[in-house]
Design a protein around this ligand. Structure first.
Ligand SMILES: [Zn+2]
Length: 210
């Protein structure tokens, strides 16, 4: 393990966290901005981040995956952070089918967009452009693990970012937070809001999926 990677990895994840926090605050997500990605500082994620540090240009998880065939840091991360699509994959209502994506709460979708903007900025530095989050989403074919209603909102926001820029997109996201019932993305009132990096924070599934 390269010891010099300790401060470098710490700097990269902290820079990312502060960038997400700034974006979340602009949208009105204060608590999520503060709690975002705290699990990256747990040993199970932090030590792998040091071991597979990529110069701050891309995620260490990809390097760990190439080396070991899977990323233990990512498996730890995705199960604890509600701003990731993968957190919301559930077993099918009837046994026998494939896993199904669950509709994400609005505030989780908005935190996810802040996360994607920040990751594009931190990894690309001066090369950053507003279309990078949209291209990343398409390159990874992430629609395949996104609930249809979540997909409509996520793609709308990523296209808005690409075409109209960050300022207008964040303003629209802030408006969505203030007027959740006015938007097409109405939340199921039986489900509470999500928050980041809490081990036992799984939102109760709708009755039909239990
Ligand atoms: Zn995360």
């Amino acid at each position: 393990m390269e010891l010099s990677n300790i401060p470098n990895h710490f700097a990269t994840i902290t820079k990312h966290k502060l960038t997400v926090m700034d974006l979340c605050f602009k949208v009105g997500l204060v608590k999520q901005g503060l709690l975002h990605d705290l699990s990256k500082y747990y040993p199970s994620e932090f030590l792998m981040g040091i071991r597979y540090y990529q110069g701050g240009k891309r995620s260490p998880n990809a390097a760990e995956r190439q080396d070991r065939g899977y990323s233990s840091a990512w498996l730890h991360h995705k199960g604890r952070n509600t701003h990731h699509l993968e957190y919301w994959m559930d077993n099918p209502p009837e046994p026998g089918g494939p896993m199904v994506p669950v509709k994400m709460p609005l505030n989780c979708v908005l935190e996810m967009v802040c996360d994607r903007i920040a990751a594009s900025k931190v990894y690309n530095g001066a090369e950053y452009t507003d279309d990078m989050a949209w291209k990343y989403y398409n390159r990874r074919q992430e629609w395949s693990i996104t609930h249809p209603e979540t997909r409509i909102l996520l793609e709308k926001l990523l296209v808005m970012l690409k075409d109209e820029g960050e300022f207008r997109t964040l303003a629209y996201m802030r408006w969505l937070m203030k007027h959740p019932r006015s938007s097409a993305y109405v939340q199921d009132p039986s489900r509470r809001k999500c928050s980041s990096s809490r081990r036992n924070d799984r939102t109760a599934p709708p009755a039909s999926r239990r």
